[in-house]
Design a protein. Structure first.
Length: 292
């Protein structure tokens, strides 16, 4: 079903003048034109126009948005909305008001399903805290306080997870040596538990030998590593030691900014975001069931 211009403009929030400008500059054209020149759009096009307007209104340049897929635009809008919803939490962080912060986070954790709480609150909050710290707008003490409160609440969410099945696939999550930021590994463990995996969180800063020993003792199917900081050479050395010592059947999944520049290595996969991790959890579980 095609949608006329008037409804397209009303639904997307894009003005007629702006739509014509986007058509000229970026080749955004209607799905169909009538013999008299009337424009018609698909529902998918209308939604894409709405997303472009939403994200550009939030400060992103339209030229950088047009090449993005509709899925990526939707994800960006979600992140922007989540960031805007953090104002009261950030006020508590900046004021070092631990009680207020704990109350606000706990309210969201009790209101939202665990995965939504992670997507809409935990991850956007930690990214925003990192940006504010880099800009000098929050202190290290505030970052530590926030991390401690989030870990406390995530620990409670672990308690609400159903116990894994006896034959559930196993994984462990940790960080490499000298990486103290273990929030990513903790979140990965919780999400894996929610998806039915028997997942173990080992904390931060583990040498390769300790990870290998734990992986073999637990008979895991994959090892998840998270790292935000660190130089490429030591990280690659740690990763090489780990891959060489682990059984070939044990996959290694990487997440976090520090691993983005890693060289390709057989049996090692970098997962760029939360959705990629969840997709891999589902795919790996399916492969294991079919192999039985």
């Amino acid at each position: 079903m095609l949608i006329g211009l008037a409804e397209t403009l009303a639904t997307s929030g894009v003005s007629k003048l702006l739509l014509h400008a986007w058509e000229r500059r970026y080749g955004i054209t209607p799905a169909e034109r009538s013999p008299t020149g009337r424009r018609f759009y698909t529902r998918e096009q209308v939604e894409r126009l709405r997303l472009l307007k939403s994200c550009s209104d939030a400060g992103h340049r339209i030229g950088s948005l047009v090449p993005l897929s509709t899925e990526m635009l939707s994800r960006l809008e979600y992140e922007l909305e989540a960031r805007n919803a953090l104002s009261d939490i950030l006020d508590a962080v900046k004021a070092l008001d631990s009680e207020r912060l704990q109350s606000l986070l706990q309210t969201r954790a009790e209101r939202d399903p665990p995965e939504h709480f992670i997507r809409a609150t935990v991850l956007p909050l930690m990214r925003e805290i990192g940006s504010l710290w880099a800009a000098g707008d929050v202190t290290i003490a505030a970052e530590h306080m926030t991390t401690a409160q989030i870990k406390r609440i995530l620990g409670g969410l672990f308690d609400r997870c159903p116990p894994p099945a006896v034959d559930a696939p196993r994984l462990l999550a940790t960080t490499p040596e000298k990486e103290e930021h273990d929030m990513g590994a903790l979140v990965a463990t919780l999400l894996a538990r929610l998806k039915g995996w028997n997942a173990l969180f080992l904390g931060a800063n583990l040498p390769a030998s300790e990870i290998v020993d734990a992986a073999h003792r637990r008979n895991v199917r994959c090892v998840c590593l998270s790292a935000l900081t660190g130089r490429k050479a030591p990280l690659e050395r740690h990763l090489g030691e780990l891959r060489a010592a682990l059984l070939p059947s044990i996959a290694i999944w990487l997440g976090g900014a520090a691993y983005m520049a890693m060289s390709d290595m057989p049996g090692v996969l970098f997962l760029q975001d939360l959705d990629a991790f969840l997709d891999m959890l589902a795919a790996k579980a399916t492969d294991l069931r079919e192999a039985v």
